[in-house]
Design a binder for this molecule. Structure first.
Ligand code: SAH
Length: 232
């Protein structure tokens, strides 16, 4: 199976932190409004079926559900899903959470979803192309698939690992493995092979002085892509 159980265990161990906005997942909370805006710049989510792949505690899943999308979130960390379920209930949000591998989910629900989101997840799996192919199967023709991940170069090593994990301690040590970072050209190519054409590539930059993230044309560290399923 295309899963690194140490990775999933790492996230399970931190599951009580998902909704602490100043905790271990602060970065995901901080970038969430930008991710939501990026998605809504491409699609209208209201009443559409969306799946969040590698949803964790549901930070993005809930934001999309609050914008009236019909949300399904999947992950392999049971503890995170339990936290996600409980939190959604406490907010009165109806979200279906499932513990299933995306490859299996794609066999169960081919072309079921209008759009798919899969953020900050590809850099945690052994074979990202298998995840991308499964996302392409899950989405309807012309639907969008959104990915975000970390570029692989000396700057991303210094920013995302040395600075974020060791100097600024924004993330727990060991959160990321540099070898699993993905260059935009590699992501675009894997998407194209899955019949997903890249529409937009956008960077996110962090300003350590203001401690805020902003959109950027620089994709050398954090970046997101929006791609669209072609008919072939
Ligand atoms: N997408 C969420 C969480 C990102 S953290 C967000 O951006 O807010 C990465 C998530 O990927 C964790 O929840 C982890 O459990 C999950 N994950 C790692 N490997 C996975 C796999 N093979 N299948 C599904 N989820 C996986």
């Amino acid at each position: 199976m295309n899963v690194d159980y140490q990775e999933v265990e790492k996230f399970s161990q931190l599951s009580q932190e998902w909704w602490d906005k100043q905790g271990k997942f602060k970065t995901l909370h901080d970038i969430n409004p930008l991710r939501l805006q990026f998605i809504q710049d491409h699609i209208t989510v209201k009443d559409e079926n969306l799946a969040d792949i590698g949803c964790g505690g549901g930070i993005l899943t809930e934001a999309l559900a609050s914008a009236d999308a019909n949300m399904t979130g999947i992950d392999l960390a049971e503890a995170s899903l339990a936290v996600a379920q409980q939190h959604a209930q406490s907010k009165g949000l109806s979200i279906e959470y499932r513990c299933v591998a995306v490859e299996d989910f794609a066999l169960e629900k081919p072309e079921h979803f209008h759009h798919i989101v899969c953020m900050e997840m590809l850099e945690h799996v052994p074979d990202p192309s298998s995840i991308i192919n499964a996302c392409a199967k899950l989405v309807r023709p012309d639907g969008y698939v959104f990915f975000s991940t970390l570029n692989r170069n000396i700057k991303s090593y210094l920013h995302a690992i040395i600075a974020a994990e060791y100097l600024l301690k924004m993330l727990p040590k060991g959160t990321h493995d540099f070898k699993k970072f993905i260059a935009p050209s590699e992501l675009v190519r894997m998407c194209r092979q899955a019949h997903l054409e890249t529409v937009t590539l956008k960077g996110l930059t962090y300003n350590p002085i203001t401690q805020q993230y902003a959109f950027s044309d620089q994709v050398d560290v954090n970046y997101m892509i929006a791609c669209r399923k072609t008919h072939s």
